[in-house]
Design a protein around this ligand. Sequence first.
Ligand SMILES: O=C(O)CCC(=O)C(=O)O
Length: 265
Amino acid sequence: METTAFFQSPYDITDEQVEAYRRDGYVRCDNVLTPEEVDALRAALEAAMERRDSFNRDLAGGGDKILQMLNLWEHDPVLKAYATSPRLAGIAQRLTGSEHLHLFHDQALVKKPGPSAASPWHQDQPYWPSKEAGMLSCWMALDDVITDRGAMQFIPGSHLWGEFDPVSFAGDGPQLNDMISDEQRALWNPVVEELPAGSCTWHHGLTFHYTRPNTTDQTRRALVEIYIPDGVTFAADEKMEHPLSDTITSQKGEPLRGTKFLQVA
Ligand SMILES: O=C(O)CCC(=O)C(=O)O
């Protein structure tokens, strides 16, 4: 397949998957990418990791335990084609019911073998500059992910529990366990989604999720795309700073837009 044809064809997400997303706050989509597309994304990601020319940091506080690299699409045409692809935009439209979608940002989240850390239970929405909930993430496995390599775990239905405070990925602040009610604790039934490379999960910004440290001898490379549906506005000073705060062009209360938030649908 020509590189230019990558990520163009639609993925036929079923009504049952859409229903599951709305009920559980996440959904699994198998075989969204072809093996050739996975290879192209892996090569692009490896090159980006070599260059380190995108915003990058260790989410666990140092030492590449959870390497995060943001807006890789700016430096690579394959990663841009993927982030803005009709395939992902089409799935996001179906899941959210939104006609229009903007890319908030992409991010690689890499857990290498060796010193690694858990991504603590958290929601995404508290870290985002958005007032309303509704933004969602596509978490794509570029390696086969099993529980001990850092497969995503979710609490089904937790997207209906409202917005909690952000937690520290370095584990030095309040953790979610201290914040949830006894009732919520009783409903705390994590589901692990082990995935082959090229399959993904989509999760709502309020859904609690977690991954274990990578204790295997193979790297875990995940590529995450975050989209903004219609109806989400800029919360300005009500929310914490984000690495992309400086690129936001909206005033408080206006639809969340920025110089780098590409329209994808
Ligand atoms: O990949 C991980 O370890 C965590 C992923 C995550 O928190 C996210 O995609 O929102």
